[in-house]
Structure formats: structure tokens, C-alpha cells
Design a protein around this ligand. Structure first.
Ligand code: TRP
Length: 458
């Protein structure tokens, strides 16, 4: 088959692709979201189920996304449609790409607000506001940020502007530097925090909370949240990795790359958990505090350690960078689609799409103050956006993507793209993509809706 070429150029090297994908994977999901969702769902069993989902569902779907992306070499909508047609399947597979683009919009709208908190904390830290690290003082500082929608709007605006700016210029250059130097710096800083947690925190209880699994405490909701977290943290299920795969040169190992990214992403999340929970327990804080968890615990540690002002400032700066490289990945599918299908320039596309997402972000901002009492299904608007995207849209998108790669695409095409022959690796991927991933997502969905119980199956 004649190979298509990308309309946006290719990554300069395999390393550039690894940087882009790990930049998109490692972000707020690992450091902000993982600890608080694990905390809210009781730790242990949640964490194990999350790890299982990462390995058996997230990884094969990531591989599927990259291979579909490289085969189609277009934005996710066009890619799924084109490859679908080539495989004598239905062109309506393009709808999966469309759902992914919508998911990216919704996720970025709240992601940018949280990244804005991180930016606000750069300034708060630099101003020495956490000195002493008294937990009451730290939590009242956070509460005052949440109560002040204008300040939140300001930081959200700044973060979205930064995102629009890089995406408008074309991603590669800035992204590579950010990921090559700043991500390792973030990892090192987290090791510094880990040393603090081991010495000053209640490390034993932290470990126990994170790894001691009591499966009777894992609810159907908790399982859904763990699966959603696996999708969210790996950036899979919405075509973002597919969009990046479209710029991947031929002859690069897809499986090897995906495995490295998944391992790195998981290590960062576990590291974040190992840092946070010992501090939580040593200071009598609540592991189920919700989305403010890291903003209410890390400053306690920074406030108490030597050089804390410096470390805190650097930490929140690097966290913002990590969020930034993820934000770029969230918006790229939509921008690629606008450029390819509507002939808009990159800059114009990034601006228009960015402004729509920026506006949507106000729903999240107000969820923490003016609209905190506006609830649907017992959740605020922010909680609904998060639940709808992480726990429903991403897993559903992922399910369809794995069915597409495992069933709609023929064996020859996927084997050719993965280029690992009919080795164990290929067969393992295909088995996971055809059976394990779709069935797992379905079961967790059924379980969470209570349908399995209703049918008397569990
Ligand atoms: N993985 C990102 C994080 O952990 C968030 C994210 C979810 C994402 N879906 C994405 C990033 C798609 C880029 C593309 O912070």
C-alpha cells in the first residue's frame, strides 16, 4: 500500500516523539489528580485496580492509537474514517475521532483552571506565604483562592494564552526543550520531597494506605474512577496519542515507545502518592480532601523544610510546565482537524479553539464559588465535566479504538504497522486489544451502572 504522508511534518526523531507523548501523559493527572482520587477512594485496592487498568487496558490502547495514527496520518476524525474505509469497514468510525475532540475541549477547560492554581502557587510560594507550614494557614490560603473567582480567572487566562501561543507556533521546538530538561527536574524535585516525606511524614502509614489492598472497600464507583484515572493519566481514549502518532516516522518501534511512556507515567504518579500521603497522615489531614489535596498538603512540607520557599516556587513552576505540555496534547487534535478540514491556518485555529475552551473554563471556575451549589446528579459542574470525560468518554473512546485496531483492521495491517512479526509481543497486544480492553471497559461500565447486579451476575 502506498504510504500517506503527514500534512504537518514529522517528529525529528524517535526521541522527539517519546518526549511529546510523555509530555502529554505526565501532567496534573499524575501529581494533582492521582493522589486525590486515590485518597477519595480509599487507596490500596483502588491503586491496584488502577495499575491493572494501566497495564491491561491503557497500554494496548496507547499502542492502538499510535498505530492507527501513523497509518492514517491525519487528524483523528479523518484518520479513523480513512483507515476505516481502507479496511473495508465503515467510514462512520470518524465519529470516534469527533468524540475525542470534544473530550479534549472539555478536559482542557477544567485542566487549564487547575493549572492556573499551580501558577498562582508559584507566586504564593515565591512570596513566602507558606513559611512555617502550619496546616490551618495553608488550607485557609487555598480556600481564599477558591473563593476568589477573579484571581482564578486571571491565572486560567494566562495559562490558556501560553497554550494557544505554543500551539499556534507549531509544537516541536519548545515542547522538546520543556520535556527534555524540565521533566527530569520535576522528577528530581519529587525525590527531594520523597526524602522529606520519609523523614518527617508518617511514611509507614502512607505506604500502607497506598498499597494495602482491601478489596471489600472498593466500590463499583471506585473501580470506574480507577479505570478513568488510567485513561486520563495516559492521555488515551480521545485520539491525542493518535494525533501525535500521525507525525511518527516509519520504522520507529511503537510498542517499545509506548511501554517506556507508560512506565514513566506510572512511576511519577506513584511517586506523587508516596510524597503526599505521609504528609497527610503526619499532619492529621484528610486523604479524601478532594481536588485541593496537593495544594493543601505540599505547602505544609515546603513550609517546614530548609530552602522551602525556593523548592516550592520551583515545584509549582515545573508542575505548570508539566501541565502545559499536556495542554498542548489536549488541543492538538482539534487544531489539526481545523487546519486539515477547514483550511484554516494553525495560528487562527489555535486562537479560535483556545478561546472557546477558555470560555468553557469559567464553568469550572464558578463551580468552586458562585455556582458551588449548582448540582446535577449530586455533582458540581466541574465534577460532572471530570466524571463525564475521564470516566465515560475516555473509556468509551478507548473501547472503540481498541475494537477498531483489534477487529476492524486486518491482521496484516496492524502487524505491518507494529513491525514485530508474529512474535509474542504482537500476539499479546492483539489479544489485549481484541478481548481484554473492550471487555474490561464494558464490565466496569455495567458494574458501575448496577446492571451486572441487576442481571444477577455478580
Ligand atoms: N494525561 C494528562 C495528565 O495526566 C491529561 C490528559 C488527559 C491529556 N487526556 C489527555 C493530555 C490527552 C493530553 C492529551 O495530566
Amino acid at each position: 500500500m502506498a504510504k500517506r504522508s503527514s500534512l504537518h511534518g514529522l517528529w525529528s526523531s524517535r526521541l522527539a516523539f517519546i518526549f511529546a507523548v510523555s509530555g502529554s501523559a505526565v501532567g496534573l493527572g499524575n501529581i494533582w489528580k492521582f493522589p486525590y482520587v486515590a485518597g477519595a477512594n480509599g487507596g490500596g485496592a483502588f491503586v491496584l485496580f488502577y495499575l491493572l487498568c494501566v497495564a491491561c487496558v491503557g497500554l494496548p490502547i496507547m499502542i492502538s492509537e499510535v498505530l492507527i495514527g501513523r497509518r492514517g496520518r491525519r487528524n483523528p476524525i479523518a484518520t479513523m474514517r480513512l483507515v476505516g474505509e481502507e479496511e473495508n469497514s465503515h467510514p462512520s468510525w470518524g465519529l470516534v475521532g469527533a468524540m475525542g475532540i470534544v473530550a479534549g475541549f472539555l478536559i482542557l477547560s477544567f485542566y487549564s483552571v487547575i493549572a492556573g492554581w499551580s501558577l498562582a502557587y508559584v507566586i504564593n510560594s515565591a512570596a513566602g506565604q507558606f513559611a512555617g507550614g502550619a496546616p490551618e494557614k495553608v488550607s485557609s490560603l487555598f480556600a481564599s483562592l477558591l473563593g476568589d473567582w477573579q484571581t482564578m480567572a486571571l491565572w486560567h487566562t494566562l495559562f490558556m494564552s501560553l497554550t494557544i501561543w505554543v500551539v499556534a507556533r507549531g509544537v516541536e521546538r519548545g515542547l522538546e526543550t520543556a520535556v527534555r530538561f524540565l521533566m527530569p527536574a520535576l522528577a528530581i524535585l519529587m525525590l527531594v520531597l520523597l526524602a522529606y516525606s520519609i523523614r518527617m511524614g508518617d511514611f509507614g502509614r502512607g505506604i500502607e494506605f497506598l498499597f494495602k489492598a482491601d478489596f471489600s472497600a472498593l466500590t463499583a464507583e471506585g473501580m470506574l474512577a480507577a479505570m478513568g484515572q488510567a485513561f486520563f493519566t495516559l492521555s488515551v481514549g480521545m485520539g491525542a496519542i493518535m494525533a501525535y502518532g500521525a507525525y511518527l516516522p516509519e520504522g520507529t518501534s511503537i510498542t517499545g515507545t509506548s511501554v517506556s511512556v507508560v512506565i514513566a507515567d506510572t512511576l511519577v504518579a506513584l511517586l506523587a502518592g508516596l510524597v503526599i500521603f505521609p504528609i497527610v497522615f503526619a499532619n492529621g489531614l484528610d486523604p479524601a480532601a478532594g481536588p485541593g489535596l496537593i495544594f493543601e498538603t505540599l505547602p505544609v512540607a515546603f513550609g517546614q523544610m530548609a530552602g522551602g520557599t525556593f523548592f516550592a516556587t520551583l515545584f509549582f513552576l515545573l508542575l505548570t510546565f508539566a501541565a502545559w505540555t499536556s495542554a498542548i496534547g489536549l488541543i492538538e487534535p482539534a487544531v489539526a482537524w481545523s487546519v486539515e478540514s477547514h483550511g484554516q491556518s494553525r495560528a487562527r485555529s489555535a486562537l479560535i479553539i483556545g478561546v472557546v475552551i477558555w470560555l468553557l473554563g469559567f464553568l469550572t471556575i464558578f463551580s468552586f464559588n458562585e455556582m458551588a451549589d449548582v448540582k446535577l446528579f449530586g455533582r458540581t459542574v466541574f465534577e460532572n465535566l471530570d466524571h463525564l470525560t475521564s470516566n465515560i468518554m475516555l473509556p468509551l473512546g478507548g473501547l472503540l479504538i481498541s475494537v477498531f485496531a483489534g477487529w476492524a483492521m486486518c491482521k496484516n495491517s496492524t502487524a505491518e504497522e507494529l513491525d514485530v512479526g508474529t512474535s509474542f509481543t504482537y500476539r499479546a497486544w492483539r489479544f489485549l486489544a481484541r478481548w481484554v480492553a473492550p471487555v474490561a471497559v464494558l464490565l466496569v461500565f455495567l458494574q458501575a451502572t448496577g446492571l451486572l447486579n441487576a442481571a444477577g451476575l455478580l
